[in-house]
Design a protein around this ligand. Structure first.
Ligand SMILES: [Mg+2]
Length: 257
């Protein structure tokens, strides 16, 4: 039986799978149309915690990809859901953009600079050294350190930029504290995403372009996985990992036809 048989729910990485920066990947809109027409539940996942799902909807629409905000799931939402289950109605000192602050607000978290339960670090466009210093002091005083995603760098129009994982590394080095990252490859992100669409791992497939985030996370969450070659990895790269996807496909254009 095909590994794609009875896939009732899909978690689909965004960058390298549906879009490449501001370029749509050929076949992606038709793939989403097939998912909707077949009644499969799905969420499009991103480790980017800068934007709200409505911001992302607007940005994707400009590339030509139509997604509803409810069809998008970010590491900011996963982090908020995780903290809500760990310590409901808690307090946090947050370094991040509206994607993160809105998500925390919506689960009932309060932002404070005074003895917060957590210091939560997400991606921002401009890391302020003053805010980082504040974060260091709060963690040294006992606040628990959380990162939305462990990525240490990311692309931008002008070149490489340091990302959440690098800033968290700085705070870890300064305090000796160990952070917990909720975003991919942590399978917690896949599990909270599945819960959001009321799906179970056995009926679900994770589709992504990276072995070390999408495929390992999906595998550890107990899902079937498909590696697409439309992003950063090729077949040779995939062979070098000690775990393998359930399937390797050129792109989502080949899926569920
Ligand atoms: Mg990707």
């Amino acid at each position: 039986m095909s590994v794609f048989a009875d896939v009732q729910a899909v978690l689909c990485d965004m960058d390298g799978v549906l879009v490449h920066g501001s370029q749509i990947i050929p076949g992606a809109p038709e793939f989403l149309a097939r998912l909707r027409a077949s009644g499969r539940r799905f969420l499009v996942l991103t480790n980017n915690s800068i934007y709200t799902t409505r911001d992302l909807q607007a940005r994707l629409a400009r590339t030509g990809l139509e997604l509803a905000p409810e069809e998008i799931y970010t590491s900011a939402l996963a982090t908020a859901q995780f903290l809500d289950t760990q310590r409901p109605n808690g307090t946090a000192f947050v370094i991040g953009e509206t994607g993160l602050t809105t998500a925390l607000y919506e689960v009932g978290y309060t932002q404070t600079e005074h003895e917060p339960d957590y210091v939560v670090i997400g991606e921002t466009m401009s890391y302020s050294f003053e805010r980082i210093t504040q974060a260091v002091r709060l963690v040294a005083a006992g606040a628990r350190l959380i990162g939305t995603n462990p990525d240490v760098s990311g692309p931008s129009e002008r070149g490489l930029v340091p990302a959440c994982g690098a800033v968290v590394a700085l705070i870890q080095a300064a305090t000796g504290a160990q952070a917990y990252f909720v975003g991919k490859p942590n399978p917690v992100m896949m599990r909270t995403a599945l819960r959001t669409i009321d799906a179970h791992a056995v009926e679900a497939m994770m589709i992504g372009d990276r072995m070390d985030t999408d495929i390992i996370g999906g595998t550890e969450a107990g899902m079937r996985t498909a590696l697409v070659l439309s992003g950063v990895m090729n077949r040779g790269d995939a062979e070098r990992y000690p775990y393998r996807p359930s399937a390797i496909i050129d792109s989502v254009a080949d899926l569920f036809n």
